[in-house]
Each structure stands twice: as C-alpha cells, then as structure tokens.
Ligand binder design. Structure first.
Ligand code: PTJ
Length: 252
C-alpha cells in the first residue's frame, strides 16, 4: 500500500490514509465509484464513534474469532472497498483461521473481478475464489447472487464486510453464520448478522486476527469457544453502538 505525504502524527492521518486507499482503488479499477460514496457514509459514523473500537465492537470481534475457529468451512467475502482498504490484513486473517477468500461484487464485471483477485494475490493470497461462479444464493436477483459452489456456496461461516442488506438476509436464510462488519448499526446487514461488528474494516479485520491468535495461543477448547459464541448478544452490541454514535452526535 503506498503511503501518503503527511506525517503519521497528523490528527487525521488514519482517515486521510483510508481515503487515499479508496481513491487509489478506484484508479486501479478495484473499487467502484459507488465505493467512494459508501466510504463517505462509513466515515460519518466513524467520526461519531470517535474513530476508535468501542468495547462492544471488541466483544463482537472476539465472538467472530470464536465462530471462525469453530467453523468447518469459513469464507471471507471481499468487495472493491475491502480489497482497497485492507488486502494484506484479509490474507492474514484467512491464514489465522484457515478460511477461504472469495471475491463477490455488487457491481460485478470480469475486469474488476480479475483486478481484485490479482491485487489479493499481490498481497500474499494463494487461492482466491469467486471467478468460477457456479453457485447461486437463492432469493437475490443481482450480481451478488453469484458465488463459487465450493466457496461461499458451501461455507458454514461467512465474513461479509460493507455489504448491502439483501445478500446478508439471503445468506442468513441459508442458515449460514454471518459476521458483518459495518459502521452503521442501523443498516439491514448489521441488523440481520449473527455477529455485527460496528467498527471500521481497517481496525476490525486485524482485531479479529489478533483475537483468533490469542484464543488459539491460550489453548481455548471447543467448549470455551462455544461459550463465547453463546454468550454474545447481537442486539446488545447494536444498541451499544447506536448509543455511542448518538452520544457522539450530541457532543458536536
Ligand atoms: O465493490 P462492490 O461492487 O461490491 O460495491 C461495494 C459497495 C460498498 C459500493 C456496495 O456494497 C454498497 O453500495 O454498499 P452500501 O449499501 O453503501 O453499504 C456499505 C455500508 O458499509 C454502509 O452501511 C457504510 O456505513 C459501511 N461502511 C463504509 N465504509 C466502511 C463501512 N463499514 C466499515 N468500514 C468502512 N471503512
């Protein structure tokens, strides 16, 4: 990831770096132009959250790590924004929890699919799924329905960052465990997620990896992981995030 010409001590460094990555993603044909708008929407929520991981998001991230360690076939879904913002971190997470990576796009074109697959390979991914597209998610009539049968099609746990709501709903209807990363706790995808992580993707992905490594290094048993999963309360996490955002707005 190329750097920007401002010092890391700049108070808006992270935010400016994130913008730069998205802009560069559009220039490279990885991110859609709609992705710029989605990023702007996310930034507004992040600003109100204080651009930090709130405690309820950290708890959700730990529950996500436990789900991924328990999974038989976990898959991380990647779109144009995720590929631009944290490609190396996605590859690291996949390695930490033995997950597949699959590209799945709302604005799907062959060129963007290939550009994203190549970009992820440049960041260390061995295999990237999504180009075969021999499976379909029932109940969706747009390009996001297209999945690999041996990828998202047969996954038991799917990480779906920055998603629009209807695929999130359809994956839930297929009885898959869904880990959603979305800065808007009121979005449909966050609302239907098994585990909603209300945090910026650039913080959430490395944080899931760190929790997964900690749990593994501590020798967590299946029973202990299952307890973390069962004790996680998605509604409470969404309420806590909404409260934090409203408090941030009141402070302005
Ligand atoms: O690459 P494609 O073609 O698959 O298209 C991807 C986008 C993101 C353009 C598409 O999925 C889309 O339009 O998404 P939405 O409906 O705008 O939803 C994106 C959600 O992600 C919104 O709720 C944003 O608040 C949230 N979001 C944006 N940036 C971030 C974020 N959440 C976490 N981290 C971010 N950096």
């Amino acid at each position: 990831m190329s750097d920007i010409e401002i010092p890391e001590s700049h108070p808006r460094y992270q935010s400016l770096l994130t913008r730069h990555r998205i802009e560069e993603g559009v220039e490279k044909g990885i991110t859609s132009r709609q992705g710029l708008i989605a990023q702007g929407r996310g930034e507004a929520f992040d600003y109100l959250l204080g651009e930090r991981t709130i405690p309820s998001a950290d708890e959700a991230t730990r529950a996500a790590a436990a789900h991924l360690l328990l999974a038989d076939h976990p898959v991380i879904s990647v779109n144009g924004n995720v590929a631009a913002l944290c490609p190396g971190e996605i590859v690291e997470l996949a390695a930490a929890v033995d997950a597949d990576i699959e590209v799945n796009l709302f604005n799907r074109t062959d060129e963007r699919m290939r550009a994203i697959v190549d970009h992820l390979r440049d960041h260390g991914a061995d295999e990237v799924k999504g180009l075969t597209a021999d499976g379909r998610i029932p109940g969706i009539d747009h390009e996001r329905a297209k999945v690999d049968a041996d990828g998202i099609g047969s996954a038991d746990v799917v990480v779906v960052p920055l998603e629009d709501g209807d695929r999130a709903e359809a994956l839930g209807a297929m009885d898959k465990v869904e880990i959603v990363v979305d800065l808007n706790p009121m979005s449909r995808s966050a609302q239907v997620a098994t585990v909603p992580i209300v945090d910026n993707i650039v913080r959430a992905v490395p944080n899931i990896t760190a929790h997964a490594r900690d749990l593994r290094d501590a020798g967590a048993t299946r029973e202990e992981l299952e307890t973390i999963v069962v004790e996680f309360d998605a509604d409470a996490a969404l309420e806590a995030a909404e409260r934090a955002i409203r408090a941030g707005a009141d402070d302005e």
